[in-house]
Design a protein around this ligand. Structure first.
Ligand code: NI
Length: 171
């Protein structure tokens, strides 16, 4: 297992539309273990997508239980070739991203979604998610299509904010 370096905006790989995973082989499973370890190495990180570490495959890891506030969630999910089946409602919320460590933004996302995906054990998952967890899934899903939250904000002037406290402060 290894913690992988996270690519930062404007790395062109972050703009790539990722390829579906064709086969769940050893290499893919090893990569997933590294992706999970990379997420867990970042305190408070609730999601990561394969292209953020330079692998343009349709794999995301989400874990809304790691957020600052307790919210309804399904715990850690590794979603391979995820599909958003439907979305409904609309809520504005603040988002951050490991690839844009110094920014946050107000982004409109669906309030509720249904999604399905393959899982690392070769099974299939079909679930609904709402609010914060839905936002995390949609944010990570966007990475697979080369989209960052900056592509979703209504106004770069009024909806994007400098983040002061993302990196650990020096004592
Ligand atoms: Ni992100």
């Amino acid at each position: 297992m290894a913690i992988l370096p996270v690519l930062l905006y404007p790395d062109p790989i972050l703009k790539t539309v990722c390829e579906p995973v064709a086969q769940l082989d050893e290499e893919v499973l090893r990569f997933i273990a590294d992706l999970v370890e990379t997420l867990e190495s970042n305190p408070g990180c609730v999601g990561i997508a394969a292209p953020q570490v330079g692998t343009t495959r349709r794999i995301i890891v989400v874990d809304a239980s790691r957020g600052r506030k307790p919210v309804p969630n399904h715990g850690r999910m590794v979603l391979i070739n995820p599909v958003i089946e439907w979305q409904e409602g609309e809520v504005m919320g603040r988002e951050g991203c490991l690839s844009l460590p110094h920014l946050t933004a107000n982004v409109k996302r669906a309030q509720r979604i249904a999604f399905r995906a393959l899982t690392p054990d070769g099974g299939e998952l079909s679930l609904e998610a709402s609010d914060f967890e839905a936002r995390v899934i949609l944010h990570e899903y966007d990475h697979l299509d080369g989209l960052l939250f900056l592509d979703r904000v209504a106004s770069l002037k009024t909806d994007v904010f400098r983040r002061k406290d993302y990196l650990p402060k020096n004592p």
